[in-house]
Design a protein around this ligand. Sequence first.
Ligand SMILES: Nc1ncnc2c1ncn2[C@@H]1O[C@H](COP(=O)(O)OP(=O)(O)O)[C@@H](O)[C@H]1O
Ligand SMILES: [Mg+2]
Length: 366
Amino acid sequence: MHGVKQQIKDLAADILAGIVDGVVVIDENGGVVIWNRTAEEMTGIAAADAIGKTSQLVFAENPAVVAQISKTLESGRSYSDYEAELSVKHRPPVPVGLVTTVLLSRTGSPLGVLLTIRDQTGVRDLKDRIRRADRLAAIGQIAAGIAHEIKNPLVGIRGAAQLLQSELRDEAKGGLSEYLDVIVKEADRLNQVLEGILDFTRMKPLDVKPFNIHAMLDRALVLNEGTARQNNIVLAREYDPSLPEVLGSRDQLVQVFLNIIKNAVEAMPGGGKLTVVTRMSDLFTSVQADDKKHRLMVVKVSDTGAGIKQEDLQNIFAPFFTTKDRGVGLGLALSYQIVQEHLGTIRVESGEGVGTTFSVYLPLAF
Ligand SMILES: Nc1ncnc2c1ncn2[C@@H]1O[C@H](COP(=O)(O)OP(=O)(O)O)[C@@H](O)[C@H]1O
Ligand SMILES: [Mg+2]
């Protein structure tokens, strides 16, 4: 009989160890009695260090968890907090869902509390992405409407200014002609902004084909070479020649790298080094139209410029975010959308005064 009991106990231990959620049981006096393997991994606290201690002590850095446990014990009810954060020593806090349930004896008196901790990192990331995509879509619709409305009168303004200019030139009124130059130039700039906005919403179907990523990067580099040279910026290429072709819309992706390289050049007004690296990554896309998961490659564009302030990092992909006097703030927002449509991702690392690296992950053709 003893053997069977032990077997069941072992089995229970195996089940607890195999559960992907953190499972913790606290007795009616607040002492920890069960602390499974996932709970060890999520908190960085070993079962041996947790069991027998009070939950106040073990969750000293998480007063909200302690409060939820005692609330559960006192009321005999269950509580869930799907948007909690677990503070962990030496690591950034982990987004978690916490559920506490009271454990009752057969006679209905409370025996303790069962606490499950579910890691929500992936879910939280996904929610952020959806939120960002929603925001882009909404802004896109409004902005496209406005852009159309402004474009037509703008063409009129520009045309009238040019006509006036040619009339004035004949009469050789130099000073006034300068003002008209400003009108035409500013109208052109506004038109560029409007074109940028319209690019968002002209949901051109992607013309997806395998293409040579290095030839495309060279094109984007050549177009920025003049400005780079003027600003004493050294361009360096570190291509992996063994990379297969990338699968995507070449015309849209060249836009992405033109934006990123232009930003890098603009971040180094006093000179510096711009490096473009390509290599294989060990990440994969989700399933694509051809029912396959594609391996990703990565293009890293690094500069030795001013860097991005910590508080700006979360905003740089938002439409119209810019820190430049004459910036538009659409380059990165558009790039993000294009890469997203390719099932790739963009990551950024930046150190103030050190420089910035944009990593663009794109699917390979095979
Ligand atoms: N390589 C970089 N170094 C420093 N800051 C950058 C870099 N790339 C982008 N940024 C920041 O991101 C902002 C948004 O960039 P972007 O969308 O291209 O708009 P814009 O270039 O018109 O400002 C920039 O204003 C700048 O603050
Ligand atoms: Mg830009």
